[in-house]
Design a protein around this ligand. Structure first.
Ligand code: SAH
Ligand code: SF4
Length: 379
């Protein structure tokens, strides 16, 4: 069965045409599925009965299943979504006074193995499908709109229909959940199309951010295909250190990565790039490294986002002290670089940056290798 949740508008138009229907049917379908959160074709009342019947026979709107739902003391909410075969991914909703940000996963695990990242430690199983990526946004809006009520009750759906002009709960999306979004490029961009489409979620390109550890060829393709706001995980000002923290740096070193960022800027919806920098005690947080960072990025329109390290069992790293983070920030600020320190949200339910683990059946056997390494070390 074809899952219509896998299609962007252009693909849905083609699908309708193949069924002998007018292209505007695609728009109606998108609105029913993504704006009214309907999955049953028979409920889509402005579609001709015959077309609805044909849809029932040939297609479905199939969402990933929600496995669990936790709310942190600060209101951050984390859901675990099944990805089949004992795999699961996480998504996190971060409410703020003027916006609601959903942190979306792109892969089951991650193959890039950054040493300080819980997802990276888990190994990699597979890419998420378009339906599994956009399904996170679908679910978050629907569950948050439903509040504590049963999201499936007819009453809830009716209330939602009456408020159709109201702003939906998710106003911003950051591709900062599990996985490297640019390593799942084809599915990512179809999901981005839906996030941006006025017939689906209607988010502006500035409100959708892709965070990458720096896959340069895919970054160039993103610039051409769908340039949304960009965050780049830098974490170190020189290759020697970045090679250790972000191993993909050996393939795509800093100089080439920064050149790709400069190429991206003219297409970007914002006139700066965000560089993320995780603060690891005694590893990358010295004033000398802050100065080196200034020299590195001073000619690129950018903002620095310092992320206090979020721990997980067996990480081997510690979070930098607040004073160290302040000093590091001051060096950058004094050089005229806008620098923010990311607030840690949802860490009491392991929903903070880098703590997302889901359930990953590692296919890369990295976990086995690490255990073998540890055994060797122990001997
Ligand atoms: N794979 C992408 C996006 C997911 S991670 C990337 O690496 O950019 C989102 C951000 O959280 C990245 O900047 C990542 O480096 C950071 N991060 C990973 N582990 C972390 C941890 N334990 N504490 C704080 N930030 C972490
Ligand atoms: Fe993958 Fe990003 Fe984690 Fe690195 S930080 S392992 S790229 S998810």
């Amino acid at each position: 069965m074809i899952n219509l949740l896998d299609f962007n508008k252009a693909e849905l138009i083609r699908f309708c045409e193949d069924m002998g229907e007018k292209p505007y049917r695609a728009r109606q379908l998108l609105r029913w599925i993504h704006q009214s959160s309907r999955t049953e074709f028979m409920e889509m009342s402005d579609l001709a009965k015959g077309f609805r019947q044909k849809l029932v026979e040939s297609a479905v709107v199939r969402l990933p299943e929600i496995v669990s739902d936790h709310t942190a003391g600060d209101g951050t909410r984390k859901w675990l979504l099944s990805a089949g075969a004992a795999n699961a991914v996480e998504m996190v909703y971060i409410p703020e006074p003027n916006r609601g940000t959903l942190c979306v996963s792109s892969q089951v695990g991650c193959a890039l193995a950054c040493s300080f990242c819980s997802t990276g430690r888990q190994g990699f199983n597979r890419n998420l499908s378009v339906a599994e990526i956009i399904g996170q946004l679908w679910w978050a809006n629907r569950l948050l709109e439903a509040g504590e009520d049963d999201p499936f009750s007819p009453d809830t759906v009716r209330v939602r229909a009456d408020k159709s002009e109201a702003r939906r709960p998710v106003t911003n999306v950051v591709m900062m959940g599990m996985g490297e979004p640019l390593a799942n490029f084809d599915n990512l961009v179809i999901a981005l199309d839906l996030m941006l489409s006025d017939d689906a979620y209607g988010l502006s390109r500035r409100r959708v951010t892709v965070s990458t550890s720096g896959l340069i060829p895919a970054l160039d393709r993103l610039r051409e295909r769908c340039p949304v706001a960009l965050a780049v995980s830098l974490h170190a000002p020189n290759d020697a250190l970045r090679d250790v923290l972000v191993p993909i740096n050996k393939k795509y070193p800093i100089k080439d990565l920064l050149a790709a960022c400069e190429r991206y800027l003219p297409a970007a919806p914002r006139d700066f790039i965000t560089f993320e920098y995780v603060m690891l005690k005694g590893v990358n947080d010295s004033v000398a490294l802050a100065r080196e960072l200034v020299q590195l990025v001073k000619n690129i329109p950018c903002k620095l986002n310092l992320i206090p390290f979020n721990g997980f069992v067996g990480s081997g790293y510690e979070r930098s002290d607040p004073e160290t983070i302040s000093h590091f920030r001051d060096v950058l600020m004094q050089a005229g670089i806008v620098t923010t320190v990311r607030k840690t949200r949802g860490d009491d339910i392991a929903a903070a940056c880098g703590q997302l683990a889901g359930q990953v059946r590692d296919k890369t056997r990295r976990t086995n290798r690490r255990e073998a390494d540890q055994i060797t070390v122990a001997r």
